[in-house]
Ligand binder design. Structure first.
Ligand SMILES: *Cc1c(COP(=O)(O)O)cnc(C)c1O
Length: 813
């Protein structure tokens, strides 16, 4: 098979072929959607030969590879990424122009596949990009949700969720293979039987669903590699009951079908707290059961010796969502393939590794035994046996230390009997990693200390990263061109070369070119915001950005208090308006639909924006913008235009963050706490180029132990009191004091994430920001140093660390 020629003419003919023969329209009659689809198919065609070749080679070589198991992939738009990977961007632009079309316009037509919530799903997307760029044999496995993360709109400042119909205009990047479906079973019971004198167990399930693989190309960056992302879609085993249909009961006839196909219908719009929903467990088992079966049947060579499976594959568990894969592999090996339990357990331990993504105790997933036993009875038996053997080993080592046994048991007894998925993953995994140095340390010391003691060497760290292809090269083409000018080409897949920028920092010409790029990015953001939301960032404003999921631990409220305090300062005359550094504060955040406090905070931010933006007393020097529907596409526009990156979580709560890395790489300075990967960012860029504030984690612990009373901070700090009182007075809710009362009383009487305790320190840091921004040239110098020194945060480096510390899967040629 050959690829179309890499020329403008070659591209044009392929494009027209796709438009006419596949789309069934002529160029003159075609819609934007027809043209987008034909363009996508054309780019696909250039990748196809390499993809088929890589699929064949993976099967032939049988080299050790990675199966990345993740319930979420927050991919972002595909067209541009795939154009870049193939090096076709310029050819495509010229080819389309010669047809009288605009690449820019078609690019904007794509609806991004939002098959993830936030950082965790975006991490998975960055990782498969890096795996392909590094040439590691790998498959990403996940769920092909029909509806991804909801589309956020605002009505009267309040979040309204709209369904995300990303598939309605066609899905040119997806290759479904119904003929390769896997049957996934649920429910029923187990039984034992005699197999030639050996007692064995088997599962008699009650119902099944088909899992249809939908394949996506994952091209490496201009290296000719194309890996695979395989997402599973649920399809009923019997379409519908024709007899019932003919009898006229149409609803009943499709009920079973609807029930089965609901499994891949929607992404759970939750971030960091599990929702104990049966459908969620169905989703989890659905995709890992299909993935394991697919790997064993279609990727592994026929007749492969399963006792050596650990030489051939590592299943990386992205958080606890796929952990039910552990008992599933045991079930397949022991029940279906007749392997001895002990051998199977050894193999299983070699084949899994687990990434933990949280420190919040409420986010550690547990499944009630009642539910797990009803849905997956055989798996529950297997989990019990794993736990019995594990606890026996703990007793052997530590004696009958009942408290320790209870603390380490995979089965929790309170508040209801349930399975602790993080513990199961820790017992089964060859390695357990946290996602930043601080997080990994706290994981060992605070969350799973008994396990660290029991399994020396099992815990490790792999600091997260982001792909420089999407978040620098594609998102920031002007900075990319400047970088290439300064350090040469090729930095996109060797990001340490950004260090070469340091020698240009004393060059005034380079600094002014860098500042001009930032200004151009602000103009570009303005165009986007104007078209999308009618917003505008005024000239000369410091662009202060906080974009991430809305969660109390991330402390959007601390940013709110800074804005309100500035506003209150001007109203009360404490601050002369002409002394106010002009700022535009830009928020972006979705709240989980069931998270009432998060939604109230969104409402509050919008209310503050409406009040502040129109108040003439501020003379336009303080603006609060909240464009709805923060997603990857918006991130790609906002981040390159930012001056200041807000990373202000309570220390010890943000596992890593990856937004923080994207900002630093695009030359924003960070105002941040000593939390997650902020710690490593600050170490790399230096204290002079980072605005640190707030308590460190040990201080948080100490305050907590003393007994934290937020009202004491409120009483003691006049500025804080005035800011909170202004919100409480109804100033942002038309005089109605009830609307934001729950936010205010939560801050005053609970404040779990210690917003008030860090307020004074945050305000002082913001004053340092204002002072620093006043010296434009010095600010630019710091911004350049941020870019130069954060090449470490390439996800290529993360993947290299996974290979060295966990996977031992060298790249293949
Ligand atoms: C990077 C990214 C995130 C993660 O942001 P954090 O600040 O690390 O929480 C969330 N959503 C989108 C769309 C992203 O691109």
């Amino acid at each position: 098979m050959t690829s179309p020629p890499l020329t403008v003419d070659g591209f044009v003919s392929e494009f027209l072929l796709n438009l006419n023969f596949d789309g069934g329209v002529s160029l003159s009659e075609s819609s934007t959607n027809d043209r987008y689809l034909a363009l996508a198919c054309t780019v696909r065609d250039y990748l196809m030969a390499r993809w088929l070749e890589d699929l064949r080679k993976q099967k032939e070589d049988q080299a050790k590879g990675v199966c990345y198991l993740s319930a979420e992939y927050l991919l972002g738009r595909q067209l541009d990424n795939n154009l870049l990977a193939t090096g076709l961007s310029e050819i495509a632009a010229e080819a389309l122009e010669s047809c009288g079309l605009s690449l820019d316009q078609l690019r904007e037509h794509e609806i991004e596949p939002g098959l993830g919530n936030g950082g965790l799903g975006r991490l998975a997307a960055c990782f498969i990009d890096s795996l392909a760029t590094l040439g590691v044999p790998s498959i990403g496995y996940g769920i092909r949700y029909e509806y991804g993360i909801f589309r956020q709109t605002f009505e009267d400042g309040q979040q309204v969720e709209q369904p995300d119909a990303w598939l309605t205009l066609g899905s040119p990047w997806e290759f479904p293979h119904p003929e390769r479906s896997q049957l996934v079973s649920f429910g029923g019971r187990t039984e034992t039987y005699d197999d030639d004198g050996v007692t064995r167990s088997r599962w008699i399930p009650a119902w099944n669903v088909n899992a249809i693989p939908c394949n996506y190309m994952v091209p490496g960056f201009q290296n000719g590699r194309v890996n695979t992302l395989r997402l599973w879609r649920a399809k009923a085993t019997d379409a519908f009951d024709l007899r019932i249909f003919n009898s006229g009961d149409y609803e009943e006839a499709v009920r079973a079908q609807t029930f089965a196909e609901n499994i891949s219908k929607v992404l759970y719009p939750e971030d960091s707290t599990p929702q104990g929903k049966e459908l969620r467990l169905q989703q989890q088992y659905f995709f890992v059961a299909a993935s394991i079966a697919d790997f064993l049947e279609n990727v592994l060579a026929d007749g492969y010796d399963l006792t050596r499976l650990g030489d051939r594959v590592i299943f990386q568990l992205n958080d606890t969502h796929p952990v039910i894969a552990v008992p599933e592999l045991m079930r397949v090996l022991v029940d279906d393939r007749g392997m001895e339990w002990d051998t199977a357990w050894e193999v299983t331990q070699q084949c899994f590794a687990y990434t933990c993504h949280t420190l919040l105790p409420e986010a550690l997933e547990v499944w009630p035994v009642e539910l797990l036993g009803r849905l997956l009875p055989r798996h529950l038996e297997i989990i019990y046996r794993i736990n019995d053997e594990f606890l026996a080993a703990v007793r052997e080592r530590f004696g009958d230390d009942e408290l320790r046994i209870r603390n380490m048991s995979i089965i929790a007894e309170h508040p209801e009997r349930s399975v602790r998925m993080a513990y199961l993953a820790t017992v089964a995994g060859s390695k357990v990693n946290g996602v930043a140095e601080l997080h990994s340390q706290l994981l060992r010391d605070k969350v799973l200390p008994d396990f660290d003691e029991f399994y020396p060497g099992k815990f490790t760290n792999v600091t997260n990263g982001v792909t420089p292809r999407r978040f620098l090269r594609l998102a920031n083409p002007e900075l990319s061109a400047l970088i290439t000018e300064a350090v040469g080409s090729g930095w996109e897949s060797d990001l340490d070369r950004l260090r070469g920028l340091e020698e240009h920092v004393d060059d005034a010409g380079f600094r002014s070119a860098f500042a001009e790029v930032k200004a151009a990015n602000k103009r570009r953001l303005n165009e986007v915001l104007r078209a999308r939301d009618g917003f505008e960032v005024a000239d000369g404003h410091l662009v202060d950005v906080m974009v991430k999921r809305l969660h109390e631990y991330k402390r959007q409220l601390l940013k709110v208090l800074h804005v309100v305090s500035s506003y209150e300062g001007v109203l009360s005359g404490r601050i002369a308006v002409e002394d106010l550094q002009p700022r535009t504060v830009l928020f972006g955040a979705k709240a989980a639909p069931g998270y009432a406090m998060a939604k109230r905070i969104i409402h509050l931010i919008n209310a503050i924006g409406s009040t502040v933006n129109d108040d003439p007393r501020l003379q336009g020097r303080l603006k609060v913008l909240f464009p709805p529907n923060y997603n990857v596409t918006l991130a790609e526009r906002v981040i390159p235009a930012a001056d200041l990156s807000e990373q202000i979580s309570l220390a010890g709560k943000e596992a890593s963050g990856t937004g923080n890395m994207k900002f630093a790489l695009n030359g924003a300075l960070t105002i941040g706490t000593d939390d997650g990967a902020n710690v490593e960012i600050r170490e790399l860029v230096g204290d002079d180029n980072f605005f640190l504030f707030g308590m460190a984690e040990p201080e948080v612990e100490a305050l907590s132990a003393r007994g934290y009373r937020p009202s004491e901070f409120y009483q003691a700090d006049e500025d804080l009191r005035r800011a909170i009182d202004l919100i409480a007075s109804g100033a942002f809710s038309g005089g109605d004091r009830t609307v934001f009362e729950p936010v205010v009383s939560n801050l005053l009487y609970e404040d779990r994430f210690m917003v008030l305790a860090d307020f004074a320190s945050y305000m002082a840091a913001q004053e340092r920001v204002d002072a620093a921004y006043a010296d434009e040239d010095a600010w630019t110098r710091s911004a350049i140093l941020n870019v130069a020194r954060t090449g470490f945060f390439s996800s290529d480096r993360s993947i290299t660390d996974y290979i060295d510390r966990i996977w031992h899967t060298p790249p293949t040629s």
